[in-house]
Design a protein around this ligand. Structure first.
Ligand SMILES: N[C@@H](CCC(=O)N[C@@H](CS)C(=O)NCC(=O)O)C(=O)O
Length: 236
């Protein structure tokens, strides 16, 4: 039996869940509540000693790192070739996107966390302004690469006609920006029509699963919006 450890509030956990749902791969989600530090409990550390989600166990085999999990599932399950092509050169292009993600687009997570979640949800001291600004600059540079280089032809990454595991990992990161304040989200995605179109295409192509794995993030977005509005009300 395949078990996915994580939370659908975590971008890379969403990507793995989405891959399973899109390919009818049977799995169970073992919820790890990051806000309660469950990822540092001994039971989970036995599965991933680094204490990060996602992780899987597949019939007793433990594995961490989202990109590796996606590759592992793509080659151990019988799924259509477009997810992770057998052709070495096409596969290498997907691998390059997965590698690029970790050191570039993943900055989105740090920006959204320090700006919107660190204080409000995790009750930690607020991040320094310069730190948040530096994550923001890195995120914007990555979004520009996505818009101008990887999505030039569409509908999916690198002009593919069907999605790959890289589409899932990168898209589930970009959707974390739903947690930003509406004007910040507008400023980020408004001038990037290819990213917006790509997300819409993925959502309709992978319906209803894309929307299903995003329900928790939508709830957090609503919670944050209510909190901002009530702060505004009490200031009036
Ligand atoms: N490179 C890892 C990164 C995983 C990661 O950073 N997960 C976050 C949640 S999205 C986490 O577990 N954070 C907990 C922490 O940093 O303590 C992967 O792709 O799986």
């Amino acid at each position: 039996m395949l078990t996915l450890y994580g939370s659908l509030r975590s971008q890379p956990t969403r990507a793995v869940a989405l891959f399973c749902l899109a390919n009818s791969i049977e799995y169970q989600l073992h919820f790890i509540d990051l806000s309660k530090k469950e990822h540092k409990h001994p039971g989970f550390l036995a599965i991933n000693p680094r204490g990060l989600v996602p992780a899987i166990t597949d019939d007793g085999f433990n594995l961490a790192e989202s990109a590796t999990i996606l590759r592992y599932l793509a080659v151990t399950r019988s799924v259509p070739d477009h997810w992770y092509p057998a052709d070495a050169k096409r596969r290498a292009r997907i691998d390059a996107l997965l590698d690029w993600y970790h050191t570039n687009l993943r900055q989105t997570a740090r920006y959204v966390f320090t700006k919107e979640l660190q204080e409000t949800v995790f009750r930690l001291p607020p991040a320094k302004k310069e730190e948040v600004e530096s994550y923001k600059r890195n995120m914007i540079a990555a979004m520009d690469t996505l818009e101008r280089e990887f999505l030039t032809e569409g509908p999916f990454l690198l002009g593919a006609s069907k999605p790959s595991i890289a589409d899932l990992l990168l898209a589930c990161e970009v959707t974390q920006t739903q947690l930003l304040k509406k004007p910040d989200l507008e400023a980020l995605l408004g001038p990037r029509p290819k990213i917006r179109q790509w997300l819409e295409t993925l959502e309709s192509n992978l319906a209803p699963h894309f929307s299903t794995v995003h329900s928790a993030v939508r709830k957090t977005a609503e919670f944050l919006e209510k909190k901002r509005n009530s702060k505004l009300q009490s200031a009036l």
